[in-house]
Ligand binder design. Structure first.
Ligand code: ADP
Ligand code: MG
Length: 265
């Protein structure tokens, strides 16, 4: 197995205000000793109800959530680096390798910026390209995600929800990441559009040999796209395995509950 990411006993806790007069506030263990591995080129799902700690797990990997314990090893051949132990400066090159796709394509795109500007933002951080090269790269990205390159100078509100999520994906791919964390990328979309975006992510995975952590609360969505999945509740992974097996033969009662929650048509 060609491991890319190995998370070991990851912990994130947040202080909670509470108690009389603000005293006696405890902590919430948003991520409570989580371990998993993802191989290169694999899509692994992370599923659980709202508040189970999925987003915090994703954010902790790219250090947007405060890691209070454990390690996030990033592999490069035989070498591995614990991302959680790096200084901000040391982490910078890894931040290019790992990009995020967010749930709400509208709120995560600046409405005053054209798509071209939106795509140039990450390019400007990591590459020195002249205007012509940027335009070429932006057009390539539009094609990659199934959008019309001639629409580069439109604004986010001129696109549908599904198209906006394609822009969000193009922005994540702009700097050629190895690993993408998709946090509920289809949860805000109509069911008919969800399948298109799932298929796009799936195609991009094989085209670009991407590795992906795919987060969602809908176990049917996760089963569809991921080869393996992990079920999370209250900051812990309670069950994991090959997606089809786990869904046809769930062992943990919580997994069964998630399966029962899927609407039947
Ligand atoms: P999920 O993505 O599965 O819905 P989250 O990771 O967003 O779950 O949240 C897990 C828990 O951590 C929740 O109880 C949430 O309230 C808490 N939490 C998340 N982010 C913060 C934060 N920045 N400050 C305090 N508590 C937080
Ligand atoms: Mg979340």
């Amino acid at each position: 197995m060609d491991t890319l990411i190995k998370v070991e006993n990851l912990r994130v806790s947040y202080p909670v205000a509470g108690g009389l007069f603000g005293r006696g506030g405890g902590v919430v263990n948003a991520v409570d000793g989580v371990s998993f591995e993802i191989s290169r080129g694999e899509i692994v799902g992370l599923v659980g109800e709202s508040g189970s700690g999925k987003t915090t797990t994703g954010r902790a990997i790219i250090r947007l959530a405060p890691v209070s314990g454990g390690s996030v090893f990033y592999f490069n051949g035989k070498d591995k680096t614990d991302l959680a132990a790096l200084s901000k400066r040391e982490f910078f090159p890894f931040r290019k390798k790992i990009q995020m796709v967010f749930q709400d394509p509208f709120n995560s795109l600046d409405p005053r910026m054209t798509v071209f500007k939106i795509l140039c933002e990450p390019l400007d951080i990591y590459f020195k390209l002249d205007k012509k090269a940027k335009l070429k790269r932006a057009e390539e990205l539009m094609e990659l995600v199934g959008l019309e390159p001639s629409h580069l100078f439109r604004f986010p509100h001129e696109f549908s929800g599904g198209q906006r999520q394609r822009i969000g994906i193009a922005r994540a791919l702009a700097v050629e990441p190895e690993f993408i964390i998709c946090d509920e990328p289809v949860s805000a979309l109509d069911v008919s559009v969800q399948a298109q975006i799932i298929n796009l992510i799936s195609d991009l995975r094989s085209k670009l040999n991407l590795t992906c952590l795919f987060i969602a609360h809908d176990i049917a969505v996760v089963e569809h796209i991921s080869s393996r999945m992990m079920v999370m509740t209250e900051g812990k992974i309670v069950e994991s395995g090959v997606s089809s097996e786990l869904c046809s033969n769930p062992r943990h009662p919580y997994t069964r509950r998630l399966i029962d929650a899927v609407p039947k048509f």
